[in-house]
Write a protein that binds this ligand. Structure first.
Ligand SMILES: [Fe+2]
Ligand SMILES: [Fe+2]
Length: 127
C-alpha cells in the first residue's frame, strides 16, 4: 500500500477526517491503477476523484462559513487553486497519459493541504 490510510494526519473534526479518508482511499486506488497502467481504470478514478474533491472542499467551505472562520478566504482560495490543479492534471492526463505525473502529485497534494490548512481550520471549527 502506497498511502496507508492510518498515516493520514488526523484533525480536530471528525467530518473532515471522514472526508479525507474517503479521498485517500480513491487516491490509493488511483495509485494502484497507475502501477498496473490500467488506463481505463485511471480515467474512471480521476472522474471519481474530481467529484469527491468537490464534495470534500464544498463541505469544508460550508462549515467554515457557518463557523465564520476568519481564514475562510485563504482556505477557500487554496481549494480553488487545487480545483484548478486537479482539472489541469486530468486534462494533461487525457492528452499525455503520463502515469508518473499522477503518481507524483496526488499524495503530497492531499497531505500538504491537510497539514497546512485543514488542521488549523478544524481546531477553530471544533467537532
Ligand atoms: Fe480537507
Ligand atoms: Fe481544506
Amino acid at each position: 500500500m502506497l498511502l496507508g490510510i492510518d498515516k493520514l494526519p488526523k484533525v480536530a473534526n471528525e467530518l473532515f477526517n471522514a472526508l479525507h479518508e474517503d479521498e485517500a482511499q480513491i487516491i490509493e486506488e488511483l495509485y494502484q491503477a497507475c502501477q498496473r497502467e490500467n488506463l481505463q481504470e485511471i480515467d474512471r478514478l480521476m472522474e471519481l476523484l474530481i467529484y469527491d474533491v468537490e464534495d470534500h472542499f464544498s463541505t469544508e467551505e460550508e462549515l467554515m462559513r457557518e463557523a465564520e472562520f476568519f481564514a475562510y478566504p485563504m482556505h477557500k482560495a487554496e481549494h480553488d487553486s487545487m480545483r484548478r490543479d486537479i482539472k489541469n492534471l486530468y486534462d494533461n492526463w487525457k492528452i499525455g497519459k503520463n502515469v508518473k505525473e499522477i503518481e507524483k502529485k496526488m499524495v503530497p497534494w492531499l497531505l500538504l493541504h491537510i497539514s497546512r490548512w485543514d488542521s488549523i481550520t478544524a481546531i477553530h471549527i471544533g467537532d
